[in-house]
Structures are given as structure tokens and as C-alpha cells.
Design a protein around this ligand. Structure first.
Ligand SMILES: [Zn+2]
Length: 529
């Protein structure tokens, strides 16, 4: 008897859904109340969840059911759910011994990232203090010391990250893939040849505008620090990796944000699009306190309406961007059709929800937002329009070039971990970001970026998310004329992007919602404008 696809899907859901819910609950508790007990409970929940996802028997059952599933209209939904489940399980088919080693090594590196503090003289500084020096200090020596301190964690973890790379490659090769880079893309349903072409296109099209924006920035930094342009080094930019551009001077939003309430602004922005957020924010944990994760994220706990945002709100533009962004993830999850099979009640690929969140975060600089939500007068909004566009544009150029560095480096590292990685890193940083390698520097600076250790081969999602954010933004503006105060915009997103969940592969969803397959055209057009 061939397996009954519906029965296999039910069995999979019965095993996986409770484990995922337990994990999400444990994760929420550990993030909002960090103690050894809550962290241990989180780890146990994660192991139980991984044990189901990594079960080779279940994987074989799903593959058998997929082969037996019909292609007719009746069986389509089941077939699609099994395809999605197949990818989720594939990504976790790691032999038990390897998995234990992987989890232990990853935990060790994570621990190092949360405990190693950069040393400046006899002082140890947290990353946000180092970032503050790079944002504010004008003394080159002080900046250089902060930058070097931020890289010290690299030397502490490099050997362990390399061991992780070797282990991941072994797992990937056992499954018949070239290396972990190829395996991770396949499990994420991203075609490697298409990705290469897209990255090449982005690189070629951003090169000139990036170099022009950087030349202007270099001139300003040179004047600010009293250093010749030829003597600018990586520590003369605003953050540890030159991945951000926050703008300055006339682009400053803070006079307009003075005395405003970030939560209220966010609710008003989504209200204007006809998207209700109060019930989501009620469940959320938005304000800083001791014993709480210092970052921000959105979590769909049960794929049945329990959706929460964690944030650490502070006044100012940065946290306004973060809250608009995280609430974007939340309204997405909230509108996914709950009559879909559990497996499909999620975005079809992380890059799609990332794109939505990025797009909605950009609204903080939308001229209509400045007037209708922030209450700026027309003259102030007009004065900010040009500088705002420039901040977003330069920020996108800087971030895109940085993404190309990380993606290119990971590809090279997984292809040949034994190569000269320090040289490979600086070749990419010099050619793509236009930064200068400090003379004689041999430290493994590549290893100081936490993603390489704990979120491997994920950076392409950020860059593809930026491309899709622009493409989706264009589609919304074509249909609704904009976002602010336009319920048509929210309705379009809810019906065409959110509700379908993963009923279609992400490529098809993008094409049907925006009218064309994902590509860099809208992103590049936005940079040219
Ligand atoms: Zn996000």
C-alpha cells in the first residue's frame, strides 16, 4: 500500500506542532527572564524540537508520501505542505553525533560572543560602548582602539568557527552536496546560480553610486577627524563593520521625534493602513529592564494568533525603525489564513517577511509619515524630504556592499576553509567596501561577525529582503498610491502577501503579488532616483 499523504501530514503535524510551541514558549520566557533555569529549559525544548525535525524515519516517510501525493486539485494543498515539510526536515538531517557536536560548539561560540568584552587599555567595553565611540569620538587613536577592541572576539572564536565550518561541510557532503553553502541554499529553496547572477548584477550596478557616496563621506570624515583622505582606515566610519549609514546634520529626525511615543506612532501608522496592532502589542514586551534580551524580535508562538514582539524601546529614530519593523512581522503572521494546514501557516521563506518588515520600517522617512503621523508642518517635511531620501539611499548602498562581502566570504570559506581567510576577507572588504586594510594586520577579523558562527549562510536573506522590499514597495505604491493613511495598502498586503502563507513557493508568491519574479530592478531604480 502506498502511504496516505494526508495521514503522513497529520502525523508530522501532531509531532512537530507541540514541540515548536513548547520551544517558542521557552524561548520567550528565557528572553524576558534570563536565568540559568530558563536558559536550560530553552535548550531542552530546542533539543526535543530538533529531534523531531532530524528524525530520519519521519524524513523518509515524508519523501515517500511526496512521491505518492497526487498532482490534482484535491491533493495540491497536501502536496505543497509535504514539499515545505520536506525542506524543513532536509535542513535538519544531521546524524545524531554530529548534531550534538554542532550544538555544543555553537553554544561555546555563542557564549564567547556574549561574554568576551573588547579591551581598551585596562578597561573592558561592551559592544554598544565601542559603537558609541565610533559614532561620536573625534580622536583617531581612541577610534582605532575601539575598533581593534571590537575585533578581539574574532581571535577568541576563530578556531571554533573553523571547526564548525568543517563539521557543517561534512554533514552537507554526507547528503551529497558540494559544501554547507550549497546545502543551506538548497534547504532554503534558493537556486545558487540565480543567486550568483543576482549578486553580480547588484555588485555591478551599485559600484559607481557606492563609490560616489563613499567619496562624499570620506571628504566629510577627513574634515571631521583632520586626517587626509588617503589616511582614512576602517575605524574612521560609523560602526565596527561599515554596515550602516545613519545620516547626519540636516537629515536628523530627532527634533520631530521629541516628546513622541514610539508605540503610539507605530499604532497610528498601522491604523492608517487599516491594520490592527493593539492586540499584538498588548501581548508584547516592549521596554528595557534587567534580565531581558537587549535586542528585538517578533515571535509567532503557536501559528494560531499568539504573536508577540520583544523590544527595548528608547526615544529616537533607531527604535522607531525597529518597532515599525517588528510589528510588520507581527501583522504578517496575524493575517496568515488559519484554515491552511499548520505546515503552511508561515511565510514561504524568511526573506519575504524580512522584506515586508524592512519596507514598513522605511516608512519613518516617508514624507507623508512626517506630516500625517509625526505632525510636521509642510515646510519642515519639505526640508527633510531630500536629506531623508539620501539617508535611506546611502544606507542601502552601504548595507548592500557589506552584504556582498559577507556572502562572498562565506561562499569562499565553505569552498575551502584551509585557504588564507584573512587575505580573502580583506580582499573583499577592500574591493567591495572601499576600506583600507591596516598595514600588517593579520588578526582573523572575519570571525568577529557573529552571523558566521551562529547564523551561517543567512546573509543572502538580508540582501534579497532589501531587493524584495523595494519591489513590494513599488507594487503597493502602484496600487494604493502610498502607505500612510491608505487602507488599500494594508488590504493589498493582507490579501496578496500575508494570507497565502506558504501555499505557494516564495518565487511564485512574489511573482503573483508584484507582477514579476524577484529581481534587483526596483532596488536599483530606487538608488538611481
Ligand atoms: Zn526582521
Amino acid at each position: 500500500m502506498p502511504p496516505d499523504p494526508d495521514a503522513v501530514l497529520r502525523r508530522l503535524t501532531d509531532r512537530l506542532a507541540p514541540r515548536e510551541r513548547d520551544l517558542h514558549h521557552a524561548l520567550w520566557v528565557a528572553s524576558t527572564d534570563a536565568r540559568p533555569e530558563t536558559s536550560a529549559a530553552r535548550q531542552r525544548a530546542e533539543e526535543a524540537w530538533l529531534a523531531v525535525l532530524g528524525d530520519p524515519g519521519l524524513f523518509a516517510e515524508v519523501q515517500g508520501a511526496l512521491a505518492a501525493a497526487g498532482t490534482g486539485a484535491d491533493g495540491r494543498r497536501t502536496r505543497r505542505a509535504l514539499e515545505q515539510a520536506n525542506l524543513d526536515l532536509l535542513a535538519n538531517q544531521i546524524p545524531e553525533g554530529d548534531r550534538a557536536e554542532l550544538v555544543a560548539l555553537q553554544a561555546k561560540v555563542e557564549h564567547a560572543f556574549s561574554t568576551v568584552r573588547g579591551r581598551v587599555g585596562d578597561r573592558e567595553l561592551a559592544n554598544n560602548e565601542l559603537e558609541r565611540v565610533l559614532a561620536e569620538a573625534t580622536d583617531t587613536g581612541e577610534r582605532r582602539a575601539a575598533w581593534e577592541a571590537g575585533k578581539q572576539v574574532g581571535a577568541a572564536v576563530a578556531d571554533d568557527v573553523l571547526a564548525l565550518v568543517e563539521l557543517r561541510n561534512r554533514v552537507a557532503r554526507e547528503r551529497g552536496y558540494r559544501d554547507w553553502f550549497a546545502f543551506a541554499l538548497a534547504a532554503g529553496d534558493i537556486d545558487e546560480a540565480w543567486l550568483e547572477r543576482t549578486l553580480d548584477e547588484v555588485e555591478a550596478a551599485t559600484r559607481e553610486p557606492f563609490l560616489a557616496a563613499k567619496a562624499a563621506l570620506d571628504a566629510r570624515q577627513s574634515a571631521r577627524f583632520g586626517v587626509a583622505v588617503e589616511d582614512l582606515y576602517p575605524w574612521h566610519y560609523g560602526d565596527l563593520f561599515f554596515q550602516r549609514y545613519d545620516g547626519e546634520g540636516e537629515a536628523d529626525l530627532s527634533p520631530l521625534l521629541e516628546g513622541t511615543d514610539t508605540v503610539g506612532l507605530t499604532v497610528a501608522t498601522y491604523d492608517g493602513m487599516g491594520l490592527e496592532t493593539r492586540h499584538l502589542l498588548e501581548r508584547s514586551d516592549l521596554h528595557p529592564r534587567p534580565g531581558k534580551d537587549q535586542h528585538a524580535f517578533c515571535l509567532d508562538l503557536d501559528r494560531a494568533g499568539d504573536i508577540r514582539v520583544l523590544a527595548n524601546l528608547a526615544p529616537g529614530e533607531e527604535w522607531l525603525d525597529v518597532l515599525l519593523h517588528e510589528v510588520g512581522h507581527a501583522v504578517y503572521d496575524d493575517h496568515i489564513d488559519r484554515s491552511l494546514p499548520w505546515v503552511l501557516r508561515r511565510p514561504p521563506q524568511p526573506l519575504v517577511t524580512e522584506a515586508v518588515a524592512l519596507m514598513l520600517g522605511r516608512l519613518r522617512r516617508d514624507p507623508e509619515f512626517l506630516v500625517d503621523v509625526l505632525g510636521a508642518d509642510e515646510a519642515a517635511a519639505k526640508a527633510l524630504a531630500g536629506p531623508s531620501r539620501e539617508v535611506l539611499r546611502t544606507g542601502q548602498l552601504v548595507f548592500a556592499r557589506w552584504c556582498l562581502v559577507v556572502i562572498g566570504f562565506e561562499r569562499a570559506m565553505y569552498a575551502d576553509p584551509g585557504r588564507d581567510l584573512v587575505g580573502a576577507w580583506w580582499d573583499l572588504v577592500e574591493s567591495l567596501q572601499g576600506l583600507r586594510r591596516p598595514e600588517g594586520r593579520t588578526a582573523p577579523d572575519w570571525a568577529s561577525k557573529i552571523h558566521l558562527a551562529v547564523a551561517p549562510v543567512y546573509y543572502q536573506s538580508y540582501l534579497l529582503g532589501e531587493l524584495l522590499a523595494s519591489q513590494l514597495d513599488q507594487a503597493v505604491r502602484d496600487r494604493a498610491g502610498g502607505f500612510v493613511g491608505r487602507p488599500e495598502a494594508g488590504a493589498f498586503l493582507a490579501e496578496r502577501v500575508f494570507a497565502p502563507g506558504a501555499i505557494q513557493p516564495w518565487r511564485d508568491l512574489v511573482a503573483s503579488a508584484t507582477g514579476s519574479p524577484l529581481g534587483p530592478a526596483a532596488f536599483l531604480a530606487g538608488l538611481a532616483a
